[in-house]
Design a protein. Structure first.
Lengths: 296, 264
């Protein structure tokens, strides 16, 4: 005991205790892999506070993933002034401009996404984005992408977004049967389990993606009636879709469209977009044809 | 100003610190944290190192900051509480020499601890087949050491007129908000005007800017060193800031009357 007194005052015991508590929290979330964020069931004040904290930590980890993807360059924010000496120095010291990790380096973002998904397993966006990077050609691990999406499904069985992600994965690996099943399931669940920050427009865009992909699969399978029904649903959602309308007209009149369903499928199943970047150069214009947009 | 006196006082600070074992505790904590990070399964992928470096460097900043504040804030009040200040000042030592000696001891041991933290992070990064660009690492260490000199001097300055706990608390608040809040003032000021804007401008100019010492992101994601002229200017800024704070500390301490069993 004497040694403890000479070693330090009580302040250190507090710091030590807080650090141990932090580590215990992280270890718990990793080992038990149980939902720590605001989950169903336990509504005690402690669990709600804990849930909020863990959600905030998860969001912080997601922000770090964004930062890592941009090679340590923070998002641009408008400032009242930007030419004082300290900001000039800071711009010289910190990485600035717009840059991305490329090739195999992109796996660096996955560490942060892993932390975020473990901390808040009910926020499906972390799983979805992790799966996107894992199945991409730079990392090329569809097996791990499938694992993370199945993990998300186990925690969020009612989320259409997870099935949409699984559908994208199976589409990418050209597993039409499983992709079709996932789209069916996602459309049954839609709009349950959408991401909390997604608005109605985004949710409708998701539905359009699901419908257009299923329509193409139905065309490939020879189920023209099913494809027509899906396309009609798209036109109901987004009346200004001239290309869909044109294709719909051709199918309804029994004519063959210029591009075959297989060609369409080839385009759809390899979308290119950056889920961690909002830079204007990567954004798509609002398409009048879902085929021109991400997977839709 | 007698340099040997200053160095002797700094050496005594080192001896006391080594006896207290604070640095070992922080080193063990950092090692545990890095080990926990290394043991994470990141989708069965290998060669991911940036997050280990990023978290490791962030914690080295955190631990060095805590150490600098605690070390700086407890030097003078402890001497007063134990009554050893009378013995010290009975010798041919001026109060300025005492202050500088204490600052040098606290700062140098904090920098030594920081070097240990960096060594640990480098070892872990090498274990993950990653590393740091040596010139950039040198710049990062120099700038980190410069930031710590400002923190140590602030803690010491507050402790000239306060107890250890009060000086630490105030120093944690001021330096903590300078690190977190100050870089955001230009963003926040977009929506402010009048008195609020003037107050923000005053805070922005008066408080130390620790963000200019922070090379973490460059160290993790960019291998190119910053311009040495800029690094030199930032080090000069830290030296000026430290000097100004030490002068304030001396002004507060030069005529201070001690009471037996006083501040602690």
């Amino acid at each position: 005991m004497k040694k403890w007194h000479s070693f330090s005052d009580k302040r250190w015991l507090w710091i030590f205790g807080v650090c141990l508590w932090g580590m215990a929290t992280i270890l718990y979330s990793v080992l038990a892999s149980q939902p720590l964020a605001s989950g169903a069931g336990d509504n005690s004040v402690a669990s709600r506070v804990m849930g909020k904290c863990v959600t905030a930590f998860a969001e912080t980890a997601f922000d770090r993933a964004e930062l890592a993807f941009h090679s340590g360059r923070p998002q641009y924010r408008e400032k009242a002034f930007s030419n004082d000496l300290f900001q000039v120095w800071h711009r010289e010291i910190a990485p600035t401009g717009h840059a991305h990790l490329e090739g195999g380096q992109t796996k660096e973002v996955l560490a942060w996404l892993r932390f975020a998904s473990l901390l808040d397993p009910h926020s499906v966006k972390y799983h979805l984005i992790a799966a996107f990077w894992l199945q991409g050609k730079d990392i090329g691990r569809p097996d791990e992408a499938r694992r993370v999406l199945l993990e998300a499904r186990a925690k969020n069985p009612e989320s259409y977004v997870v099935y949409m992600g699984l559908g994208r994965l199976y589409a990418k690996t050209d597993d039409k049967l499983l992709a079709h099943r996932c789209y069916d399931r996602a459309l049954v669940l839609w709009p349950r389990g959408k991401a909390p920050d997604d608005d109605q427009f985004q949710t409708n865009l998701d539905k359009r993606e699901l419908l257009s992909r299923r329509a193409i699969l139905r065309e490939i399978e020879g189920d023209t009636a099913g494809a027509i029904s899906d396309m009609k649903s798209i036109v109901e959602l987004f009346p200004a879709s001239p290309l869909i309308r044109a294709r719909l007209l051709l199918l309804e009149t029994g004519q063959k469209p210029q591009d075959s369903p297989a060609q369409r499928w080839g385009v759809l199943r390899n979308p290119e977009y950056h889920p961690l970047c909002e830079d204007a150069s990567h954004e798509h214009d609002e398409p009048d044809d879902p085929h021109e947009h991400d997977g839709g | 100003m007698n340099i040997s006196v200053i160095l002797t006082i700094a050496a005594v600070v080192w001896l006391e610190m080594l006896r207290r074992k604070d640095i070992y505790v922080l080193l063990i904590l950092l090692a545990t944290l890095l080990f926990a990070l290394l043991s994470f399964d990141i989708f069965n992928l290998h060669g991911i190192a940036a997050y280990v470096k990023d978290v490791g460097l962030s914690f080295s900043w955190l631990f060095a900051w805590i150490l600098a504040v605690v070390m700086g804030a407890r030097q003078l009040p402890t001497e007063e509480k134990q009554g050893t200040i009378y013995t010290l000042l009975a010798k041919p030592i001026s109060r300025a020499e005492l202050l500088i000696g204490k600052w040098l001891g606290a700062w140098s041991i904090t920098v030594a601890a920081t070097l240990c933290f960096y060594s640990l992070i480098i070892a872990v990064a090498l274990f993950r087949n990653s590393g740091f660009s040596p010139p950039l690492l040198l710049q990062a260490v120099l700038l980190h050491a410069s930031a710590l000199s400002v923190v140590c001097s602030l803690a010491l300055a507050f402790s000239t007129r306060m107890t250890t706990d009060a000086a630490s608390a105030i120093c944690f608040v001021i330096t903590g908000s300078a690190m977190v809040f100050l870089p955001r003032i230009p963003d926040l000021m977009r929506d402010l005007d009048g008195a609020h804007s003037a107050l923000m401008t005053f805070l922005y100019c008066a408080m130390p800017h620790f963000e200019v010492f922070d090379l973490r992101q460059r160290l993790v994601y960019d291998a190119t060193p910053a311009r040495w002229s800029i690094v030199g200017m930032i080090i000069a800024y830290a030296a000026l800031m430290t000097g100004a704070v030490m002068i304030l500390a001396w002004l507060g301490y030069r005529n201070k009357k001690f009471v037996r069993g006083g501040a602690a």
